[in-house]
Design a protein around this ligand. Sequence first.
Ligand code: SF4
Ligand code: SF4
Length: 373
Amino acid sequence: MSGVRGPIDAVARYVRRAAAAAANDDAPAGEGAAAGRTSAPPADGAATSRVWRWFRYSPLLAQLVVTRRCNLACGYCSEFDRTSPLVPAEVLRERVDHLARLGTVAIDFTGGEPLLHPQLGELVAHARNRRFVSVRLNSNGYLMTERRIEELNAAGLDEAQVSVDGVKANETTVKALEPLRPKLELLARLARFDIVLSGVVGSGATVAEVEEVIRFARDHGFRPRILLVHHDDGQLALRPADLAMYRGLQRKVGFHLSDMGDYREKLIAHGRAPFRCRAGSRYLYIDELGIVRWCSQTREIFGKPLADYGPHDLRRQYHTPKRCNTGCTLGCARTCSLFDEWLPQDGPPAGSRHHEPPPASSAQDDPQHAAGG
Ligand code: SF4
Ligand code: SF4
């Protein structure tokens, strides 16, 4: 029973926050509370309706970029540079606060490499105080030290996600088990937060290599996960021959919530797995400039400043069909969209069409920081 107390308490805190925010405003953002506005207590029916609308479109996950800069330079990656400044902590705190007012359930600090930000621990603690149900981090793991891990423990981080591209480093990537082993062992010894360790199918790693990653994760108390490679527009970059490899590995890893819907198998087998993408509503990606994007792979297509983002935007994007949905491999957006799949999207379609995956550059299904749901 004690194992479920933590999540139950977190959900209860979230529901209380939702009810308070909804009672103070007639929509998810709860900007009334932010502006210090007080409203007369709503009648019971009105309060119920507000709470319902608050839940109806609020984000399940927001990925917040704390810097575009990265300490590595993986050959397939389109999500980093070597020059961007760190986003100031006070600006990031405001973004975290705004996401809380939007009713966001879980927040994910990402990059680039978020551990380059010296105030990351403070930001995690700030998010924890804003009562997100889950506070997470995506990292390549290279900058993990005893001090940083203790800092994240003290801040109340729930989960860190690290993905590795195989066992040995090569000219494309050094995100590999061998060079990362000391950092991962340090995490296993010191971290009080959960670690998700992902092996990647389609990145050139062999079955044996991905199996070794899974074994390492299990032996060290981490949760293993399998990711797929995708092109830098989010579309699948695998050959049908990878299906058997994926199936065998997935059986070894076992079922997890992020595998619901079985989109990976459909994508590999048929190249198509249409879904109602609720990016911009159930899932948000906020870039280093504070612009809400549908996701990391559609940064050229949709954007609106988070500071101006409110309930009407959540609702509009919830109802906007994304033309790129058919071949999308972004597991985090798919998982966040899953619960509303049975509900219609009645807005005009937007974005670029799915195109058949060419063989050129590819990025991972949730590079190191994507969650995959
Ligand atoms: S995949 Fe991650 S670690 Fe590699 S360059 Fe991109 S942001 Fe950096
Ligand atoms: S379907 Fe949604 S998550 Fe996938 S690439 Fe398009 S906007 Fe991004």
